[in-house]
Design a protein around this ligand. Structure first.
Ligand code: GAP
Length: 488
């Protein structure tokens, strides 16, 4: 089935997953709001990432435990951070403006072929005889603001365009306040802002979005091993959450695509319905020591890591206990890096909103099911992985009498302590199933006449629509079992 993006957008609005920001005022391009179900879906995505990457990360390349910790940095940082990172000087797209009356459009110079001139929709900017395009100019993507009461050059600050730099700027703080040894990772989930010239494809390219980023610090000698390991784990993570591997494409960037400091980057791409080619969900980049090196240079602070274990192991052979004295001898200059170095960084950087959009596209299903009269009826269902589904189960009394509502409410109250569950007693039970199917609730639990006799309920599976009877006291365990993360 070729999926039509309009169907996803319509369902998201109809059922409260995604709304246009400030819609009652006509919206604002590149900004989106998550509705009551969307906020749960996105929260489940971020929780799954935090759980699987930070709290219980996968075993390392040799089956060993890996060290991961989290961070939550401010959105506005000292602007020197962005000078050091290269964002002030280089985070820009080449833009051309059209001077023609009635157009006055601004276009990305490298995407003129895909753009449309307002005056002549059939032509690309520059192709219509009246087009007057300027020379390309760099347009910085960072949102600028001022800190404090005075608005002048000295108070300029930026909304962060990525979460990564907060991690680099705190590298020494984390190291000094913990017992972490290299290799270890620091993770952060948070908002990032980019004044994208051409926000498009629903939430895919927005001006405000959330990132889920890891900076994994390792010994330069082991960095390729960690790069490959993170790339493979991150691809696996998407599959574990129900993304079909046929829809995922890991794409190693060619040498001429790589950022100047990058030793290797793999884009993990997803086949979104709005594009002919897979589009980036996440980049896994080997950034070498570029970022720590830049911050060391610009801040004047020593950000090197001292491998105490290696020094303690080897020092007896050097006839001195003092690393400083040993390192000061010119003949040891080359060997210093065995003990003191700027770690290399592997950065898996994912977009929470892009993955939410991929999950919505992947989950959307249409089929036909018999209604109460046995006639086939179209249904839409969202095949969310149970870990991501906004609502885990819905509880229905078959009828609103004979003690069924009381039993159903007791079960609802028990389950809602641990899971987000819904209670619905309105309308025919078939209609209630359809309502839950459309928002992707994996289990519907019905309390019927037999429940009153033997304390069993039916559990209906969303995808197969098959029902089975289980003892009421086992329902919580059934739901819990579906939420256990898969083995790596
Ligand atoms: N620290 C590296 C970094 O920020 P990036 O490729 O620019 O790398 C990482 O961004 C991820 O953030 C992307 O793979 C994408 O998922 C998400 N992202 C970037 N720009 C975005 C935008 N305008 N709208 C939504 N998500 C975006």
């Amino acid at each position: 089935m070729a999926l039509d993006m309009e169907k996803i957008v319509s369902l998201c609005k109809r059922r409260g997953f995604v709304f246009q920001s400030s819609e009652i005022y006509g919206g604002i391009s590149g900004f989106w709001d998550y509705g009551p179900l969307g906020v749960e879906l996105k929260r489940n995505i971020k929780d799954a990432w935090w759980n699987d990457m930070v709290r219980n990360p996968p075993p390392g390349p040799d089956g060993e435990e890996i060290s991961m910790v989290g961070l939550d940095c401010s959105l506005i940082m000292n602007p020197r951070v962005w000078e050091a990172s290269g964002h002030v000087g280089g985070f820009s797209d080449p833009m051309v403006d059209c001077k023609t009356e009635g157009c006055k459009g601004r276009f990305r110079a490298d995407q003129l072929k895909g753009a449309q001139c307002k005056l002549k929709p059939s032509k690309c900017p520059g192709e219509f005889e009246k087009c007057q395009l300027t020379e390309p100019r760099a347009f910085n993507l960072m949102f600028q603001t001022y800190v404090g009461a005075v608005q002048d050059a000295s108070s300029v600050a930026y909304l962060r365009p990525e979460t990564a730099q907060g991690i680099f700027a705190n590298f020494k703080n984390v190291l000094d306040s913990s017992r972490l040894r290299v290799p270890f990772g620091i993770a952060q989930i948070g908002k990032a802002f980019r004044n994208e010239i051409n926000p498009r494809n629903y939430t895919f390219r927005s001006r405000e979005f959330e990132q889920m980023e890891i900076e994994f610090f390792c010994n330069p000698k082991e960095s390729m091993k960690w790069y490959q390991w993170w790339r493979d784990r991150r691809i696996q993570w998407y599959s574990r959450l129900g993304i079909a591997s046929s829809q995922l494409r890991p794409r190693e960037q060619a040498q001429d695509e790589l950022a100047h400091y990058s030793i290797g980057t793999t884009d993990i791409e997803y086949m979104f319905p709005f594009a002919d080619e897979p589009q980036e969900l996440e980049g896994v980049a080997h950034r070498g020591s570029y970022d720590l090196g830049q911050h060391q240079k610009h801040s004047g602070k020593d950000l090197t890591y001292f491998d105490e274990e290696a020094w303690e192991r080897d020092k007896a052979g050097f006839g001195t206990g003092s690393f400083k004295a040993w390192a000061a001898k010119p003949e040891n200059a080359e060997a210093i890096a065995n003990y003191q170095f700027l770690p290399h960084v592997i950065e898996p950087s994912a977009g929470a909103d892009r993955f939410t959009l991929a999950v919505l596209c992947e989950a959307y299903q249409e089929d036909k099911l018999p209604n109460e009269k046995g006639e086939l009826e179209e249904r839409i269902y969202m095949k969310f992985h149970p870990r991501l589904a906004p609502i885990k189960a819905a509880i229905f009394p078959l009828v609103r009498k004979e003690g069924m509502p009381e039993k159903a409410q007791a079960l609802y109250r028990e389950l809602k302590r641990d899971f987000l569950v819904a209670y619905d007693d309105k309308g025919a039970v078939g209609r209630r199933y359809r309502r839950q199917d459309e928002i992707g609730t994996p289990f519907c639990i019905t309390i019927d006449g037999d429940t009153l006799k033997n304390d069993t309920v039916t559990i209906r599976d969303r995808d197969t629509s098959k029902q089975r009877r289980v003892p009421m006291k086992e329902v919580a365990a059934e739901i819990r079992a579906a939420l256990v993360p898969a083995e790596w």
